[in-house]
Design a protein around this ligand. Structure first.
Ligand SMILES: Nc1ncnc2c1ncn2[C@@H]1O[C@H](COP(=O)(O)OP(=O)(O)O)[C@@H](O)[C@H]1O
Ligand SMILES: [Mg+2]
Length: 258
């Protein structure tokens, strides 16, 4: 009998069973709740990190490939200055100081590239949800309703648009890339154009508390002619500190490389 007691005592010691305290039901519930909270947080963080890649709407592959470290060291001073200012915007967004910035200038001067740098930096260094939206690609989704296409394709595009609008609501920082270029594709159907303006208006309402990065080939006076004032007043900014002019002197890199 004594030998058995001795063995049990050794097992208790060996596996430190004596260290395990009996939990009260309250402690158990608290521990379970803490575990659930931790798991939910981890899931939220995982979803947030993937948000940019998974939910963004692109019209070209690799739109989000650029990062600050990839900026050409021999870039003109004007570009480097714009890049430096964009880092200040990133810092403001990190500090929850949200506003609209407009990157404006001719094609190929690096507007989408700088947008990509900003979004990637925010995505890497924070848990802000970032979303890239190609406006021409969004225009295509909106217009699908009026296009001559199979019911299946139309439904697919309308579903994508529905999810995109939810993603805009969920995001903290949104890029509208190439705003204004869709007007060159403008449909003759008045109702179609109205539908697209309605979409922009809805986005304008949603982004009021969010960070917005607009890249465009248009000037603000172009926008006044193109869109309803209700849209321009919600989407655009007049603050010169938030307007990035990409000068003509920045050559069209896209053409230069060919
Ligand atoms: N300063 C720069 N350094 C390195 N690559 C650049 C620079 N500016 C533009 N590019 C490259 O030139 C191409 C066109 O730039 P992009 O950002 O698409 O122009 P935009 O959006 O103004 O039309 C891209 O492949 C981009 O990576
Ligand atoms: Mg671009």
């Amino acid at each position: 009998m004594e030998a058995v007691a001795d063995t049990i005592s050794k097992i208790i010691k060996r596996f430190r069973l004596g260290d395990i305290k009996a939990e009260t039901p309250e402690e158990n519930a608290r521990r379970q709740a803490e575990y659930e909270r931790q798991k939910n947080l981890e899931y939220y963080q995982f979803e947030t990190k993937n948000f940019l890649k998974k939910r963004s709407l692109f019209n070209q592959e690799n739109a989000l490939i650029s990062e600050y470290k990839g900026i050409d060291e021999n870039s003109p001073d004007t570009f480097r200055e714009l890049a430096k200012r964009s880092v200040d915007v990133v810092r403001d967004f990190v500090n929850q100081n949200m506003y609209t910035v407009i990157l404006t200038g001719k094609a190929g001067t690096g507007k989408t590239m700088l947008t990509s740098c900003m979004l990637n930096k925010l995505n890497q260094e924070t848990y802000l949800r970032c979303l890239f939206v190609s406006v021409p690609a969004m225009y295509d989704l909106v217009m699908s309703k009026f296009a001559k296409d199979s019911d299946k394709n139309i439904k697919k595009k309308q579903d994508r648009l529905y999810h995109l609008m939810n993603d805009v609501k969920e995001a903290d920082v949104i890029a509208l890339d190439d705003l204004g270029s869709e007007t060159s594709l403008k449909s003759e159907v008045v109702e179609a154009n109205q539908t697209f303006q309605d979409t922009l208006f809805k986005i304008g309402e949603i982004i009021q508390t969010k960070g917005l990065i607009i890249s465009t080939n248009n000037s603000s006076s172009d926008f006044q002619e193109m869109y309803n004032p209700k849209i321009t007043s919600r989407l655009l900014t007049k603050n010169p500190a938030h307007i990035f002019n990409f000068p003509e002197s920045l050559e069209d890199k896209r053409i230069a490389r060919r």
